[in-house]
Ligand binder design. Sequence first.
Ligand code: F3S
Length: 755
Amino acid sequence: MNTSVDSTPAFIEATYKKMDANIATVRKRMGRALTYGEKVLYGHLDNADDAELVAGSSYIKTRPDRVALQDATAQMAVLQFMLADKNEAAVPVTVHCDHLIRAQKGAESDLNIARIENREVYDFLSSASQRYGFGCWMPGAGIIHQVVIEQYGFPGLMMLGTDSHTPHAGGLGAFASGVGGADAVDVMVGLPWEVLHPKFIGVHLTGELQGWAAPKDVILNLLGKLTCSGGTNRVFEYFGPGADTISCTGKATICNMGAEFGATTSTFPYDEHMATFLAACNREDVAQVADKYKHLLRADDEVLANPENYFDQVIELDLSTLEPHLVGPHSPDRACTVANMTQYVKDGGHPENITYALVGSCTNSSYEDMGRITVMAEQIAAHGAKLKIPMLITPGSEQIRATIERDGQLAKLEAIGATLLANACGPCIGQWNREGIEEGFRNSIVTSYNRNFPKRNDGNSGTSAFIGSPETCLAYAMTGSFTVNPFTTEYTAADGSTFTLTPPGKVDETPRLKLVRDDKGFLAPIDDRTNITVQVSPDSERLSLLTPFDRWNGKDFTGLHLLLKAKGKCTTDHISPAGPWLRFRGHLDNISGNMFSGAVNAFTGEPGNARNQLTGELQEYNTIAREYTAAGENWVVVGDTNYGEGSSREHAAMCPRHMGGRAVITRSFARIHETNLKKQGILPLTFADAADYDLVQEGDTIDLTGITEIKPGSTITARLNHDDGTTSEITLNHSLNEEQIDWFKAGSALNFLRG
Ligand code: F3S
């Protein structure tokens, strides 16, 4: 029985040996040099001898080394794992209690409230972890991605996480992907992880960041160029002399936000910065093993010499020319340099008043980040000045918090007016109990987080969130306004003189005294687990044990009601919003009350409701779906492009399935969500002709034929029965392979697994 969830040197060495063997097999088959990302991916193939390896088209089966679950998504993942009837997970699994802690007054009081408010969820996750041999990081220990790189990450690691920013570990050379709970459950029960073979994009970095530019600006700049869907089914591999100038945690920030363009993952090859970071985490032994296997942990020399021959695309970026950026509002690809922000905000009609600066989160709370803004705080304090607006800091882990307390950064930041929040997601996931504003209050905030969809941070539709580096956010906390450039404007000192901020320059990327070691919040797996009972109260409103979905009845679908035709962006935040709904993540029926509440109805241009085809009334989507179910009828959703982008939450697929959805028809899907729909037994279909989206009318019912003969590459015919008695017939494509078709027939992937 394996009761260790640690990435021990022995575990890592065994991983490298397996990688070495697999890579040798693939190299022989392909007869060419390999990129670093290919080495890690192919090194983890389930069947290196005969896997079809065609980027962009073949599905490959891999064997990830470990799984990480955050508390919001862990609830459903663990409930699904329980349905599989196993005694322990097949790979090391850790659970991280970070998403459910609300930010209100400050770290200590918020944490105490969270422990009371979420007790039943924490009891469930900790008891399930003890029962099944998972490691469990209790509230206050830190945010999943920071804890993972401090405790478990290593170069060459292949990992799945039920959080879309899992690629953060790419900063430490991992191939880490964000997935839905169902994919994680596959790996936990011993099945391979099946994924569309990604294309590989090389990002060749030259030069070195100058002035106010930070690692964050690398990814913000790329987001502006590539847009939110520019990374779908792609792995971003950063390399070149510029890569060697960025710290391990700076690399992690870049990889983290690759999720914003939908990348399968992003990664950097092993280098000295990673070894330095491992040493700071008291894991020098891991760096020693990595040093032994360096040949596996970087691209082959031929690739570095002629990258355009090996990558599907090479993007050149000269770091020396990068300027500080902000992206927003409402989409992370709306990039603008700080120098042009005043005009951008004016032209866009965005609120000029900045009311809060939010710094930290999984994305940007490294020792180096805190060090750079502390240099700015010292400049401000030296002039007897203070921040103009509140600035909240969310450290990524207790180790980081304790270290910046020990080394003095925290006190200096608090001295200019910053407030420390708990080591948790807090405002990054809408868990911000922001007081003193009314819904619709128009204002802007600046954050060093990674997402800025409407309502993402404070639940207020009037808030426009702009994302920048911690340095940029702190600078705007001095102005409280977009009307000036915070890097050039003059501030008034206590004695009436004026001063400007100067770039912080190089600071220590890791603490000289190492990170303060702290695993007090860790519940380690135990040996004797037989007597542990997983705690779920039958009358809980937050948790409910799952029952399997019904099997497909073997017939084509006829008379499906059109529940929703979504217009424009329809992310998983639109399909299954977070914020106050996070409390129901472990209760499928209750959380279904939020289904599609953020999706914009193409016929009204408004979010939240549609016409009930049975009654003609305008009602919330979830109410209509329940009425269709009560009438024994099913429904379909139509979406636009990149439907389901954003978070990996499988609730966005499970809720529609639970509420009677049978198919989702779109112009295109985001990768993770399309897989999640397949896992839950919903057919994801795409218009063969994207223009056919326009043929769908408000009162339509839809017949889908060709399902009875469905096979890889086949088409489905949709007959749209319009209100006026006319019909339109259109062709739909699907991307299900043989196994995924079996999932659909069984009713879900988990049903298929149970047999
Ligand atoms: Fe948490 Fe925000 Fe990161 S929700 S995991 S801090 S993206």
